[in-house]
Unconditional design. Structure first.
Length: 424
């Protein structure tokens, strides 16, 4: 709790001390009699009879309470209980004060909170049911007149003067802008406010002492349908960044590297068919790597099959597979490809050599062979998997955002959606 800046008594009912903390308020409302005192230069007070007398009401957060919201320390210096004219909807507006930031409003409706801040837009225009504000188009969400039922403490405005004021709420996704109209015989002023949802977790932390003592009821599962923050988008950005960094990390840690290349002409004779081609020994240091075998031939209207035996020289374990190339063509057609590749995954570290055994088509001529072997091969399917994985989230996010946006508008008389009887 913070202390009053000065000991001040109400000029009408002698209620003392009046809740006066900041020295920067325009009005102090007396909790005793409901009258307002005008403040001049932070220290001179003048009694002012409001348009209506307030009756004492209960509210959640005591005046003088210190709150920590979004890394900013505030003091609760005023409270006003509001009601929508002609309807039963009620909410509470707490005046918050910070020495550097000045005044803010914490609005509470059915134990759901939002932080409201006045701002001056660079450009704002109401066109029909839309508000074009700073290059963003908001749609009308709610329209009502404000009735002030009770006020106590400090305010940067005169609570009694906003009684009967017209307020319009405009929504774009989770962003809410409130426009209040101050109409006098000589002027028409529009005030603009940004509203930001304050999560249940932050409120519970800020009001921890009241949660323990039972002075505050936990926020219900009901949330302000008009807007909620899009933490999911930030989560996706982090998730996508993690995917990209993972790929970059593994590519940097284990770059693809050529371990053997060989160019020769394979003669279709008994010696070649009976005696495999043996590569030099090469080393694989990385555990469980993937190898890629690229080969190019000059087969034409013919085929060749290559039998590969990868031999671990430490334990003589052999990894065997076969691959080949075939290519046929005519006047206006072609089929196959004279080049091909094959892969082996999960190869442990060690010293290896390759035994290559070709198999020819009967009666075929000699075949030219260019062979290259790479370690630390990254499978294309890995990239596809990461791409799909990265794409699933935005798709799910889009669907959930549509569902959430539909729910945001459920309580609005201006909803662009239609709802079934079951939804209602």
């Amino acid at each position: 709790m913070i202390r009053e800046r000065a000991t001040v008594s109400c000029l009408s009912c002698n209620y003392s001390p009046l809740p006066y903390y900041t020295g920067r308020a325009e009005t102090v409302a007396c909790p005793g009699c409901g009258k307002e005192l005008l403040v001049s230069n932070g220290q001179s007070f003048q009694s002012r009879v409001p348009k209506r007398q307030y009756k004492a009401e209960k509210y959640t957060i005591p005046l003088g309470t210190e709150l920590h919201i979004h890394k900013v320390n505030y003091a609760v210096v005023g409270v006003a209980l509001m009601k929508e004219a002609g309807k039963m909807y009620r909410w509470t507006e707490y005046t918050l004060f910070n020495e550097q930031l000045g005044f803010r409003t914490l609005s509470e409706y059915e134990n759901t909170f939002m932080l409201v801040e006045e701002f001056v837009p660079q450009q704002a225009e109401v066109i029909g049911a839309e508000l074009v504000c700073d290059n963003t188009t908001y749609k009308i969400y709610n329209s009502y007149k404000i009735n002030v039922m009770y006020a106590a403490g400090e305010f940067s405005y005169h609570p009694s003067e906003i009684h009967g004021m017209q307020a319009n709420e405009y929504l774009f996704l989770h962003k809410l802008v409130i426009v209040k109209d101050i109409v006098t015989p000589s002027s028409h002023i529009k005030l603009y406010f940004r509203a930001e949802h304050v999560s249940k977790k932050i409120i519970e932390k800020a009001l921890g002492s009241y949660l323990v003592t039972g002075n505050y009821t936990n926020p219900t599962t009901y949330y302000l349908k008009a807007f909620t923050p899009r933490e999911a988008f930030l989560g996706y950005a982090g998730f996508l960044a993690l995917l990209v960094l993972s790929l970059v990390f593994f590519q940097t840690l284990r770059p693809e590297k050529k371990v053997w290349s060989y160019r020769t002409v394979l003669a279709n004779d008994s010696l070649t068919r009976s005696q495999p081609l043996i590569s030099p020994t090469f080393r694989i240091d990385e555990p469980y790597t993937a190898l890629r075998f690229d080969f190019v031939t000059d087969v034409n209207n013919n085929w060749i099959e290559l039998g590969f035996n990868l031999v671990n020289e430490g334990n003589n374990k052999t990894y065997s597979f076969a691959s080949g190339a075939e290519y046929y063509s005519g006047i206006d057609w072609k089929e196959g490809d004279p080049k091909n590749y094959a892969t082996l995954a999960g190869i442990p570290s060690g010293n290896y050599h390759i035994a290559l055994q070709p198999t020819f088509n009967t009666g075929s001529s000699n075949v030219r062979l260019d062979l290259e072997v790479y370690k630390n091969h990254t499978y294309l399917r890995n990239y596809i998997f990461f791409a799909i994985l990265g794409g699933v989230f935005p798709l799910a996010f889009y669907i959930m955002e549509r569902i959430k946006d539909r729910s945001r508008w459920y309580y609005s008389d201006y909803s662009p959606y239609t709802y079934s009887e079951d939804e209602e």
